[in-house]
Design a protein around this ligand. Structure first.
Ligand SMILES: Cc1ncc(COP(=O)(O)O)c(C=O)c1O
Length: 325
């Protein structure tokens, strides 16, 4: 990686790229700023994505399922009446260009953000989605795998996942992440790594930034989208790889907290977390308290796929090309 990326300062502090895409141009990161009057800052009216780019077996860098992430991004944006000029294909091209300019040659995390910015002339102040300008930024930082493959310990949060009649939970809306932040904060304060949130009906929704899978009586199960969760792209990858490579179909049905306690295996899926075994829930071991065979096999398959080692899934990888940074 070139000097355009700050020295890696460890897990807690991401190595932010020195360049970002902001308001239609590539600018030094310190110029990618927003005023305090920004509507999204005041009201949480922004949408975002988290996308990974992986160093490939052939030495290049490739974005994993970027087009799927940007399609979800555009759907989220529409929910908040945020109009973006680039389409999903153009957003992928813009992201590749950013990574090239940064000179990225190792695992990266990409953070697109679209948000409500300023009141248009004639719009009175207040909470609203119309009469406000829209803006787009994309920044990136160096980030390798950070979750412990030996498994994590999770709490069942006392915070409930809001139902979709309260917030559009299927969209990645910045303001909605107050719920996730409170759940993580509570879990960490109690000594856990993460939290699983139940929905308003008391069924499992998702973890703070990942989806939940369980192996129950030999069946792989994940809650349906109607359980008030974000329809994760890694969730879809896990379902696909389990079916294609391990011959394990996924059942989409509600899971109660008791199902989790009785499960043989539990794992989480998310772009950031990737596939991570859960070995303890609310103080009780999951199964034997170690990552189970299906979780282990699926994790191995996932890492082969994202590194371009399995040609069957090359279509999920968009090559970034040589850097110019
Ligand atoms: C609340 C929530 N659920 C699930 C996920 C997993 O989604 P994905 O696999 O698309 O990253 C995320 C991460 O984006 C998230 O923030």
């Amino acid at each position: 990686m070139t000097s355009a990326v700050a020295a890696d300062s460890g897990k807690a502090t991401p190595a932010l790229a020195a360049l970002a895409y902001h308001d239609g141009e590539f600018v030094p990161l310190e110029r990618a700023q927003v005023p305090v009057t920004t509507q999204a800052l005041q009201y949480g009216t922004g949408v975002f994505e988290g996308i990974r780019a992986y160093a490939q077996a052939d030495g290049g860098l490739a974005v994993f399922r970027g087009h799927d992430h940007y399609q979800r991004f555009l759907r989220s944006a529409r929910t908040l009446r945020i109009r973006l000029e680039p389409d999903a294909r153009e957003l992928c091209a813009l992201t590749a260009e950013l990574l090239r300019r940064i000179g990225a040659d190792t695992d990266m995390y990409i953070r697109p953000l679209a948000y409500k910015r300023a009141l248009l002339p004639g719009t009175p102040p207040g909470v609203q989605l119309t009469g406000v300008s829209d803006a787009l930024s994309v920044n990136a930082f160096r980030m390798g795998s950070y979750t412990d493959r030996r498994g994590i310990r999770v709490a069942i949060s006392s915070w409930r996942r809001p139902e979709s009649a309260v917030l559009p939970v299927r969209a990645k809306v910045t303001g909605g992440y107050v719920n996730n932040a409170l759940a993580v904060d509570e879990a960490r304060a109690a000594g856990y790594d993460d939290a699983i949130l139940l929905n308003s009906r008391g069924q499992v929704a998702e973890a703070s930034t990942s989806n939940v899978f369980a192996v129950v009586r030999g069946r792989l199960v994940t809650p349906p989208v109607t359980a008030d969760l974000l329809e994760g792209i890694t969730r879809d990858t896990a379902v696909t790889l389990a079916a294609d490579l391990l011959d394990v179909p996924t059942d989409f049905h509600d899971l109660g907290r008791e199902d989790l306690c009785l499960a043989d295996e539990v794992f989480l899926t998310g772009t950031g977390a990737e596939i991570v075994p859960v070995t303890e829930i609310a103080g009780r071991p999951v199964g034997d308290g170690v990552p189970g065979p299906l979780t282990t096999a699926l994790t191995a398959a996932y890492h082969e796929v994202v590194r371009g080692k399995d040609q069957r899934y090359r279509h999920w990888l968009q090559s970034v090309g040589p850097g110019t940074g």
